[in-house]
Ligand binder design. Structure first.
Ligand code: GDP
Length: 326
């Protein structure tokens, strides 16, 4: 039986990855940050019905001594670092916290793995936001980076540390440059879930409008369940590497609104209002990934289309709000 440690286990990807690894017979340990509302944080694992199947470890990626102790104790075969301050907009308001968690946190875990379990395989959750002001129309592993937010700068540090630990210490480390990936478990601060939740509430008469930022931005959106499979595949290869994980199709925020509202039989133009509060100091206008390497080397292809993804999210939000009302 293999043992995995997942940081960020209470997040969207942590929940889906736990489910995947449990299904494969892994013993899954999840890092939990001590807080007064820890139970609320297990809601994504509960949604998947696996909250009692994960072993929780108290710790924090900011505390390298705690990370070393945990890794020494559980001797993981695989470590997945999904923990981060992951919301781009918040990174302008909390740039230093974002750097501590999203950049230095990666180095802390890499050090703990190097010292306590150097044979363990390591996955770093890198991000398409690192491409920022895009240098090529379609972004691959060879495309130069141009980060456009404190979040993206921090992720770039984590990415290069992961590459450096591989090249300097011969460790099996992989960086997954994942384009936006969503699901019914996505946080409400992200645009897909904000829109599917609003479409559901408006349909049920619980809201009357949807304040939005830049509708012209486009993203390459996939389903988180597909993307965690790519993470696992990276760690099953003979050596670590960097991979873009994307669908190869980009859709505007405007079309996201259109598709989500169509799902409940409404026209988004009747409800969406521009609200400058949701604009950003610097925008990433377009992201479009080239998943050719992941396809060729990992045999990975996404199974869920954008329309299926949004339909699943709207359905889940309709169910949640209907249940709350009943
Ligand atoms: P990101 O790509 O990691 O920043 O993911 P988000 O889901 O937070 O944002 C995706 C895109 O949607 C960005 O270009 C945002 O500027 C744009 N957007 C437009 N309106 C909104 C909004 O109300 N909320 C969020 N989160 N994003 C918005």
């Amino acid at each position: 039986m293999k043992t995995a440690l997942i940081t960020g286990v209470t997040g969207q990807d942590g929940a889906y990855l736990s489910q995947l690894l449990l299904d494969k017979g892994y013993k899954v340990h999840g890092l939990i940050r001590r807080s007064s509302h820890a139970e609320a944080h297990l809601r994504r694992l509960e949604w998947l019905g696996i909250q009692n199947d994960v072993t929780y470890e108290d710790g924090n990626i900011l505390d390298v001594s705690a990370m070393s102790r945990i890794i020494r104790e559980i001797k993981p075969d695989e470590v997945y670092n999904l923990a981060a301050q992951s919301f781009v907009k918040a990174s302008w308001q909390q740039p230093l916290l974002t750097s501590q968690v999203t950049a230095i946190g990666v180095n802390n875990i890499l050090e703990a793995v190097r010292l306590e379990a150097p044979e363990a395989r390591f996955y770093q959750a890198s991000s398409s936001e690192m491409y920022g002001l895009i240098q090529e129309p379609q972004q691959s592993e060879a495309t130069p980076f141009y980060p456009r937010s404190p979040y993206a700068v921090a992720k770039l540090f984590g990415h290069w540390m992961t590459v450096n630990y591989r090249e300097s210490f011969g460790m099996h480390t992989s960086s997954g440059i994942l384009f936006n990936h969503e699901s019914p478990l996505r946080g409400l601060e992200f645009v897909t879930r904000k829109v599917t939740d609003a479409a559901a509430r408006i349909k049920l008469g619980l809201a009357s409008e949807l304040p939005m930022g830049n509708l012209d931005a486009t993203r390459d959106w996939g389903h988180a369940r597909d993307y965690v499979r790519a993470m696992w595949l990276m760690l099953q290869q003979e050596s670590g590497d960097d991979y873009v994980v994307a669908t190869g199709r980009t859709v505007s925020v405007r079309d996201l609104c259109r598709v989500a509202f169509e799902q409940v039989g409404l026209n988004y133009e009747d409800y969406v209002k521009l609200d400058a509060a949701f604009l950003r100091p610097a925008e990433v206008d377009v992201l479009l990934g080239d998943p050719a390497k992941a396809k060729a080397k990992l045999g990975w292809t996404p199974e869920v289309t954008f329309e299926q993804l949004i339909a699943e999210m709207v359905e889940a939000d309709l169910e949640r709000h209907s249940a709350r009302r009943a």
